[in-house]
Design a protein around this ligand. Sequence first.
Ligand code: FAD
Length: 302
Amino acid sequence: PFDVLVVGGGPAGASAAIYAARKGIRTGIVAERFGGQIMDTVGIENFISMKYTEGPKLAASLEEHVKEYDIDVMNLQRAKRLEKNDLIEIELENGAVLKSKTVILSTGARWRNVGVPGEAEFKNKGVAYCPHCDGPLFAGKHVAVIGGGNSGIEAAIDLAGIVKHVTVLEFMPELKADSVLQERLYSLPNVTVLKNVQTKEITGTDKVNGVTYIDRETGAEQHIELAGVFVQIGLVPNTDWLGETIERTRIGEIVVDNHGATNIPGVFAAGDCTNNPYKQIIISMGSGATASLGAFDYLIRN
Ligand code: FAD
């Protein structure tokens, strides 16, 4: 059996595996797609100590670093079940069952898409999901935020300090964000809020040049010109496969303590699949290190 089995090969999982292997214990990593979300990212400007890098390049250096160690890498394998007996068992989609004394879950998350024409086409060409990452690319320009929940309104407030103008599009007749956020939003001079509107299309040529929406009350179609669209309608953790075994929040995030431990002894979690509040590469790597040291601590006590 493994001492530490990491499920997920993004920044959190790679970091967890390296920290474990450096303790000289048997370490494995199972990943559906090594690299994780950074494989879909173009420019990265907030991975501290690197002024600029690109997602696939960062993924390649993660892999190279992992390969420096005696880590059993099982790429293109999807975990489908976790069960705790004497050891913790992870069953893969291909039927294999892996056993380990500790497991670190780092299966990440995915942004919920609006699913309108133009969204996929202009991803990284004006369609963005992360204001902390891509906000500064739109300095001095007009952008839209789709989604009037907490993350949408936080994004709009954040962006209003950087860009020229922000238009918020909310499908429902009211914003769902906390009232303190709404008050802050409405106090800003460069924000327009459109409620009860349905985004119909993100338009552009080689990059985004606007958004078309339908006023749900009148049915009228409108087009606004802008340079960027931030989609903020939710981040979905990849944790459905865990079922009821592990404590998760209402939106499915794995609940961890400050050692990365879950409610099941020996099972730890890190990165975007957890209830860590901010979802970023540097934070995922830090929490991967934390979970790994937590697992090592657990091993030497049990
Ligand atoms: P992920 O990167 O999501 O990795 C999850 C891993 O688990 C993958 O290997 C996946 O294949 C695997 N997996 C999932 N389910 C299973 C399963 N059942 N069995 C086995 N393996 C499984 N952050 C920044 O800091 N700066 C940026 O500029 C930036 N830009 C971004 C741009 C885009 C378009 C996106 C989508 C995200 C961006 N982020 C950025 C966020 C950043 O990518 C994430 O915070 C980070 O990748 C999270 O790392 P993670 O390891 O927790 O999860």
